[in-house]
Design a protein around this ligand. Structure first.
Ligand code: SF4
Ligand code: SF4
Length: 207
């Protein structure tokens, strides 16, 4: 299968944040000419109560700064400017996307896998076992129920908060930063606009 692309996720936390680029270079050199996509996976590690990120984890805003630098320097794919393709939501808010566990259990978010209290049903059953959680993810966490998002200039290029963080804050005493859009990180909007402005070959049409 020569057209197959292999994606390699490199897990990143505060301890190894500077190791991603050297590891990526090493792997690309090792498998030169192969169809590889190597990307950083930001580890979510919470405090003991599960209410905030722990000190070992990279904060959401620091993670966005990292992605900004990697994309700007063409180290990983993706633009630094908002694009409409980013507004599709995620597994949790899509009607036809599910995560199936080894016992046939169904989750709506991959962050919930192995947490029995987050199982929404089983593939062998006709009905959901936890329909309230299912609908909290599918509908309740949508941006259009959030006043800050509804008033935000960046909709619809941003699809709103991560529903997992949103439900944690709403129902489990979470104190997570919700807005993770790169342009909302302090001073990042100006940087992105400058980069866009100085981008070569840009065709600006002012009417
Ligand atoms: S940028 Fe933040 S506030 Fe605006 S729509 Fe996205 S998540 Fe909501
Ligand atoms: S709810 Fe958050 S963690 Fe879960 S799939 Fe969606 S974006 Fe990912």
């Amino acid at each position: 299968m020569p057209n197959t692309q292999v994606s390699i996720r490199v897990n990143i936390d505060n301890m190894n944040i500077n190791n991603f680029v050297p590891i990526q270079k090493e792997l690309i050199k090792k498998w030169s000419g192969k169809n590889l996509y190597i990307y950083p996976g930001i580890l979510r590690m919470e405090n003991q109560n599960g209410t905030e990120l722990s000190h070992a984890a990279i904060s959401q805003w620091e993670a966005q700064k990292l992605f900004y630098e990697l994309r700007k320097n063409d180290i990983i794919e993706g633009g630094i400017y908002p694009e409409l393709k980013c507004n599709e939501g995620c597994v949790a808010t899509m009607n036809n996307v599910y995560i199936i566990g080894p016992k046939g259990e169904i989750y709506k978010c991959w962050n919930d896998v192995s947490d029995n209290s987050k199982i929404v049903g089983y593939i062998q059953d006709a009905n959901l076992t936890n329909s309230s959680l299912f609908f909290r993810y599918l509908l309740g966490s949508k941006f259009y129920y959030n006043q800050e998002c509804r008033e935000c200039f960046l909709l619809p290029v941003c699809s709103g908060y991560c529903p997992w963080f949103r439900l944690k804050n709403q129902y489990e005493n979470g104190k997570f930063i919700l807005c993770q859009c790169v342009q909302k990180v302090p001073n990042m909007l100006e940087k992105c606009l400058e980069d866009w402005y100085y981008k070569p070959n840009i065709n600006l049409q002012i009417q």
